[in-house]
Write a protein that binds this ligand. Structure first.
Ligand SMILES: [Mg+2]
Length: 352
């Protein structure tokens, strides 16, 4: 996981003439995305009506198409789009999920997303604690890959077995490779993993290896999930139509924001592929609340900053916190329901 750690964050504010502020954000490569926003995207947005969000999205997408449709450009579009949705909610005094379709669930079931590969006892203790807190779904990360050979395979399997030992088989257990495996390694691992009944195996190979995903998913041994590093509506359409994944996990911060996410939700729903947006965060919870085809949310437990996933708790105020394995959105909180906090400001270096 060494390459995964990130300790920077970008927030985008879109302000209307009456002083209302919409907040969006992006987690990866923030200093580069900031440059793209400042130089390219802000001039395309300033002066527009936020309720023309689909037009604004197309304008940002098409004017920068030569370089912006994937990667840094689409991340910038996503951050601005999320801010526009927050803004619209605040302007009409409604939570964002009410603008997206409304409440499809009484509350949102979440899965506990942590359990980074550690020594077996420590992982079992962490899982037991989370189970006692009421979670009924858990995701764990593998710590070993192809370079660790058979020994690493055994170490990977040992941890999955240890987790099932303390959690039993009445709960969902998801397994995550974060693109650290390759096709050959995954094909060898899948039959060994089957007996632990994982709900899914996440991102076994790199995001560009769509053929690899198709081959693995077609093996029908363990459902394959992915999509958090895919961009835009068409990128996700390909994953869905080609049956590359059994569970789609686009990242709203990368895929094109809430505007793109809603269009992808429609394609996935028609194809009967559940969507579970990558990462915690309010914009994902609003999407999940408003879509029947989003059965559960990923949830990063509130924790001291470790890999960087938890940073948003220290930048924003108002994020929903899980209780007994569920979280709730407030019908009366307009927009996304978050504000930027200065409580932890002394721990950050701020670039504006
Ligand atoms: Mg993931």
């Amino acid at each position: 996981m060494a390459s995964f750690r990130f300790h920077q964050w970008l927030t985008v504010e879109v302000i209307t003439d009456d002083g209302t502020v919409g907040i969006g954000n992006a987690a990866l490569a923030p200093s580069v995305v900031k440059k793209a926003v400042d130089e390219w995207y802000a001039p395309l947005v300033i002066g527009e009506d936020p309720f023309d969000y689909a037009y604004i999205w197309e304008k940002m997408y098409r004017r920068t198409h030569a370089w912006g449709r994937k990667g840094v450009g689409m991340t910038a579009i996503s951050a601005i789009d999320i801010a526009i949705w927050d803004l619209m909610g605040k302007l009409v005094n409604k939570p964002v999920f009410k603008l997206l379709g409304g409440r499809t669930k009484e509350k949102i079931p979440v899965y506990y997303s942590k359990l980074y590969a550690d020594d077996v006892d420590a992982m079992q203790r962490e899982a037991e604690t989370a189970y006692a807190e009421g979670y009924t779904a858990f995701k764990s990360r593998f710590g070993y890959g192809p370079k660790d050979g058979m020994h690493g395979m055994r170490e990977n399997l040992k941890r999955v077995e240890a987790l099932r030992e303390v959690l039993g088989y009445d709960v969902d257990l998801m397994l995550e490779s974060y693109m650290g495996w390759n096709l050959d390694y995954t094909k060898r691992m899948l039959p060994k993993l089957a007996k632990y009944e994982p709900r899914w195996l996440e991102e076994p190979v790199i995001a560009d290896d769509v053929e690899g995903y198709i081959e693995l998913n077609a093996m029908n041994i363990v459902p394959i999930s992915g999509g958090e590093h895919e961009f835009s509506i068409i990128g996700c359409k390909d994953l869905i139509n080609r049956k590359a994944v059994s569970v789609l996990q686009y990242d709203t911060n990368r895929v094109g924001g809430i505007t793109a996410a809603q269009k992808i939700n429609a394609i996935a729903e028609a194809a009967q592929i559940p969507v579970i947006p990558h990462a915690g965060q309010m914009h994902n919870y609003h999407l999940t609340m408003a879509n029947v085809n989003c059965p559960v949310s990923e949830y990063f437990p509130v924790y001291d900053v470790e890999v960087g996933n938890e940073l948003f708790y220290y930048i924003f105020e108002g994020d929903a916190e899980a209780e007994q394995g569920y979280l709730q959105l407030d019908d009366n909180k307009p927009g996304l329901g978050i504000s930027i906090t200065d409580k932890y400001l002394e721990h950050f270096e701020v670039t504006e």
